[in-house]
Design a protein around this ligand. Structure first.
Ligand code: GRF
Length: 219
């Protein structure tokens, strides 16, 4: 008799619009033994998204649902996305640099099953140009947040955050690069907590390295 618990990973779709470095971090994590999610689809809203080739190289199914084809009809675009998700029996969605605002219809359908990474310590700096805005505000700390997606843009419950220092000579680009390193650590940890419904795994990771992020997972 085999009394090992059944390994039944959550079927994950990752949505991208660009480079897909966060997508890669998630795909890498999913290759680890016992990681509770399994990527079954990478979806992009444009054929030029660089992440598509990276996903294909890892043997992951990809699909492009081009928002331009639908003109301004956002729900028609999302119905086309929903059809792809159903085709692949998707159970959970991770937005990773997906640059389309979603409608209440789609968000309602995936409530509690869709998360996003945002490059700031929310609720500070929702929206765009977060690195430039954190420098302009003379913040000493900046970072990234993973949160559930709700109707308010960048407003959903926070799953975890990672903070990095801002140095006096930082530019938006140097700061973005430092935050991105933190994003790649934070997102897999938060996806794991979200699909496991493990909201009690709070931990703090600190380091003597001033570039290293510290991560505080939400209780
Ligand atoms: C990341 O900074 C992410 O936080 C933001 O868009 C960027 C996407 O980068 N939402 P990548 O495509 O994952 O490299």
């Amino acid at each position: 008799m085999n009394d090992l618990p059944e390994y039944n990973p959550t079927r994950l779709a990752i949505f991208i619009s660009g480079t897909g470095s966060n997508m890669e971090a998630l795909l890498e994590a999913c290759e680890e033994d016992d990681y509770p999610a399994k990527p079954v689809l990478v979806l992009a809203n444009k054929a030029s998204a660089g992440g598509l080739e990276k996903a294909k190289a890892r043997g992951i199914q990809t699909v492009v649902v081009d928002h331009k084809v639908f003109g301004g009809d956002r729900e028609a675009f999302e119905h086309a996305i929903q059809a792809e998700l159903e085709k692949h029996d998707v159970e959970f969605i991770a937005l990773a640099g997906f640059m389309r605002v979603l409608t209440p219809w789609f968000i309602g359908k995936w409530e509690g099953k869709m998360i996003n990474i945002h490059p700031s310590l929310l609720p500070s700096f929702p929206g765009l140009h977060t690195h430039q805005r954190a420098i302009a505000a003379k913040c000493r700390l900046h970072g990234c947040s993973v949160h559930y997606v709700t109707a308010g843009v960048d407003e959903g419950p926070i799953i975890g955050q990672a903070a990095v220092p801002i140095f006096p000579d930082d530019t938006p680009d140097t700061l973005a690069a430092r935050v991105l390193v933190a994003e790649h650590k934070l997102y897999p940890a938060c996806l794991e907590a979200a699909v496991s419904d493990d909201q009690n795994s709070s931990y703090v990771q600190m380091s003597d390295d001033p570039d290293a992020p510290f991560i505080i997972s939400a209780p």
